[in-house]
Write a protein that binds this ligand. Structure first.
Ligand SMILES: NC(=O)c1ccc[n+]([C@@H]2O[C@H](COP(=O)([O-])OP(=O)(O)OC[C@H]3O[C@@H](n4cnc5c(N)ncnc54)[C@H](O)[C@@H]3O)[C@@H](O)[C@H]2O)c1
Length: 245
């Protein structure tokens, strides 16, 4: 299950190219339908189910739709999120709640409804997209950082609870990735745009990442290959979390 722009779109396309039957779940219908069309053009299988992941009934509906369309659910890529700027002082209570609802509760709800379906088939693999910001704080992102830190902890809890049911749950931590989310964060936070990508120098590789580079790691973790990996927190960050500036 996937989304309609950025890392989600790149992942849905890559998964379908590699034979997955994909459900794209997003609040953005136009973006989702565009991704479905792109996948169909390549000869892949995908459907769009309009879903606000922060709403319990919509998360359940999305899982039900996947089961009725394809008969079973093997994988969940829980990747929806947004990234407003602000310290705790200038983040409104409403914005704090919305960040937690989408970035943390959204993953909880999608996993809550997906895990029973995976138990039915006796196996499953889940990947959640957190962020390097969930382990290393940067200024002016308090709610986002808290939501991603919470998500990392939730992934470990689910990994422990469901390991003996043959369901693996892992987490990826992207660095700065060239997507609409990154572009709007760069604009809102006033990062200087002269001389290339803001934040490029903070990555050991001296550049930001591309959505396809994150999709490759998500696909590996979702695949049957990493049979002894669960509860792992995997940076996909060009060395951002390794470098000391
Ligand atoms: N781009 C980066 O630099 C970066 C870095 C670290 C982590 N991430 C994480 O990667 C994930 C994907 O972000 P992206 O960079 O591809 O951004 P993006 O804005 O391109 O994609 C986010 C998608 O989530 C969808 N979405 C937002 N709220 C939703 C909701 N309530 N229900 C369903 N869908 C919803 C949006 O419509 C959009 O399609 C996010 O969780 C983000 O926090 C991104």
């Amino acid at each position: 299950m996937e989304e309609s722009s950025g890392i989600g779109r790149a992942s849905a396309t890559l998964f379908a190219k590699n034979g997955a039957s994909v459900v794209i779940a997003d609040i953005n219908q136009d973006g989702g339908l565009t991704t479905v069309k792109e996948i169909a053009r390549m000869g892949g299988k995908a459907v769009f189910v309009k879903t606000d992941v922060s709403k319990a009934d919509q998360a359940k509906n999305c899982v039900d739709a996947a089961l009725s369309k394809y008969g079973k659910l093997d994988c969940l890529f829980s990747n929806a999120g947004f990234n407003p700027v602000g310290t705790v002082v200038d983040t409104s209570e409403e914005l704090w709640d919305r960040v937690m609802q989408v970035n943390l509760k959204g993953a909880f709800l999608m996993c809550k409804h997906s895990i029973p379906a995976m138990k039915e088939t006796g196996r499953g693999s889940i990947v959640c997209t957190a962020s390097v910001d969930g382990i290393l704080a940067i200024p002016n992102e308090a709610a986002y950082i808290a939501s991603k830190g919470g998500l990392i902890a939730l992934v470990k809890a689910m990994a422990v609870d469901h390991a003996r049911e043959n369901i693996r749950v892992n987490c990826i931590l992207p660095g700065a990735i060239r997507t609409p989310l990154y572009e709007s964060f760069a604009r809102e936070s006033g990062m200087p745009r002269t001389g290339g990508d803001p934040q490029a120098d903070q990555h050991a590789m001296g550049r930001i990442g591309e959505p396809e580079e994150v999709a490759q790691v998500a696909m590996f973790l979702l695949s049957d290959a990493p049979t002894f990996m669960t509860g792992a927190v995997v940076p996909v960050d060009g060395g951002y979390s390794a470098v000391k500036l």
